[in-house]
Design a protein around this ligand. Sequence first.
Ligand SMILES: NC(=[NH2+])NCCC[C@H](N)C(=O)O
Length: 361
Amino acid sequence: MCIIPQVMLKSSCLKTCSRFSSNRVLMNLRRSHNKVGVLGVPFDKGQLKGGVGSGPEAFRKLGLIEELRGLGCDVKDFGDVRYEQIEGLTVKNMTALGHVAACQKEVSDSVVRILNEGRMCLTIGGDHTCGIGTIDGHVKAKGNIALLWVDAHADLNTNATSPTGNVHGMPVALLAKELSDYWPYLPGMDWQQPRLSIRNIAYIGLRDIDSYERLVIDKFAITAFGMEDIERYGIIEVTNMALRRIDPNDSLPLHVSFDIDSLDALEAPCTGTPVRGGLTLREGIQIMEESYRTQRLSAVDLVEVNPRLGSPADVRITLEAAKHIIRAAVGYSRRGHSPENVSDLPQQTFHNISTSPHNSK
Ligand SMILES: NC(=[NH2+])NCCC[C@H](N)C(=O)O
């Protein structure tokens, strides 16, 4: 099932890779988001499986912050979001609204603070409900943004259409202004106005879409790339088509909301709603590399890692995969050192490279 709106295939999107001349690539690699603010969101009330809330703790234990610092990143840890549930908020078929409303308001405020300090905001979930707060905060801090939603799922349900009532399947529908009429009044959510246009949203990695979500994608011609599109065009081409589509003038701050379940369940087994037939880790990294290259990557979410699902080996595989995605998001995936640090390398390294038989012409 190909889910690229037909209009896209006829457009000039396929030419997008050529916009990176080799000079431009070099220039892009030289500039890195060395200033990063890390925000933990130990939120698990957007779905029913316990454990996803311990994602931030698991990444901290793994040494993520130290590792990013070791790579030369100026990392400020903003700690984990804390909140107090608002009692008595109920809306039909929308689980834990009192938690969602209170927590996501805090997330949004924190993201505004981080971005206003001139840092890229890296949010570690938690379930994908976190996208409500991070994207709301991003829009509040920067005005209009472009959003890549990398996920096996569209997360485009409303309370009227959701098969589960789980809010982690609803964030995109809450954020899109074209869908605001499809919601009832949501008590506790007055701080969150849907300000993002569907034109500025693209999906990559979709393969498990509910029937109503499918209708909305078609009705609003949302840019959406499923696995078959990735097979056909390759992930770099797909990412650039998506970027071109959501930000034709190359001018908007970019938000990548990366659900670990976009990766194949073999690459990232520890997640609440795994789906086989997904992205390879390398493809996930490439999405981030292309996003980083735009020089406008301003916020990244890494969500839905559940360290309590699966064996210790599965947990390790999943956390490591997520870490590689994060490294790419801050510009460090192509080589061990950022280009800025090249002068720190011992001179000998260059000698070795230039005299190696493998490098001689
Ligand atoms: N971010 C996620 N893992 N979302 C899964 C959503 C699953 C399903 N479509 C639902 O609405 O409940």
